[in-house]
Unconditional design. Structure first.
Length: 258
């Protein structure tokens, strides 16, 4: 299927690896010029070289997008994107009792304020031009809170609520805003978390991997490539009637009918 977005431009945050990279790869294959950002220069530039082989224009921006300076640098590289993929690593796990206000502020800054700022900076230009696709990568915790991830639960749910009305306003101008709620995907973050759990229980990482896969009806972890393909479709010309939605991609893990 031709997604109809060849020649468009996309900002993809945290795109040096994992889910962000999967999104950038999928968009690049569709002929979309991609502006990618991450804090680590080495990994980001390596990804830029890989994406460049598709023939599209790739612009890497080394920055911390959770800071005002980082967002300014990113938007300077692409002030008028057609597509915005908001993505950021989640806050650390822990216990509500031990979280201080600074922990909450950092979580909200990274996973709520940052994407809101990028949406605000880009959505009105999209509306004026008559096309735009915004996808916020959040978490399955928006649908069902995850124990020990209260920081993420709160910040990501706040973002979801913040853009819900805007999504209904912008769609009249052919601009959609949707959320993707990933479950367990085979990324560095998942592998790091599994390794930590293995050390805490004094078992092999393979034991934790097997347990987590067994809890997923699909019997496996998702891949960044299939995640990116789903995001690319939401960014396509064919998805203009889909807005204000939060799509759970978790291999069937959520035990609900809706």
């Amino acid at each position: 299927m031709d997604l109809g977005i060849k020649g468009k431009s996309a900002i993809v945050c945290a795109a040096s690896k994992g889910l962000g990279k999967g999104c950038a790869e999928a968009l690049a294959r569709e002929g979309v010029d991609v502006i990618i950002c991450a804090r680590g220069a080495e990994a980001l530039n390596a990804t830029a070289r890989e994406l460049g082989s598709t023939g599209v224009k790739v612009t890497p921006v080394v920055c911390d997008v959770t800071t005002e300076a980082g967002r300014k640098a990113l938007l300077a590289a692409c002030p008028d994107p057609d597509i915005l993929i908001n993505n950021a690593g989640g806050p650390p796990p822990g216990d509500f009792k031990t979280f201080g206000l600074d922990d909450w502020r950092k979580a909200v800054e990274g996973n709520m304020i940052t994407p809101i700022a990028l949406v605000h900076a880009t959505v009105y230009g999209m509306m004026e031009r008559g096309f735009g696709r915004i996808v916020n990568i959040t978490s399955q915790s928006v649908k069902a809170p995850i124990a020990s991830l209260e920081l993420s639960n709160g910040a990501r749910l706040g973002l979801t609520g913040a853009v819900a009305v805007l999504a209904r306003k912008a769609v009249r101008s052919n601009v959609t805003i949707n959320g993707i709620l990933p479950g367990p995907f085979d990324t560095d973050r998942l592998r790091t978390n599994n390794a930590s759990a293995a050390r805490a229980r004094n078992v092999a990482v393979s034991v934790i991997d097997a347990e987590r896969k067994a809890a997923v009806p699909a019997g496996r972890f998702g891949t960044p490539a299939e995640f990116g393909a789903a995001v690319a479709f939401l960014c396509s010309q064919h998805a203009g009637f889909i807005t204000g939605q939060n799509l759970l991609i978790d291999g069937g893990g959520f035990p609900g009918s809706l």
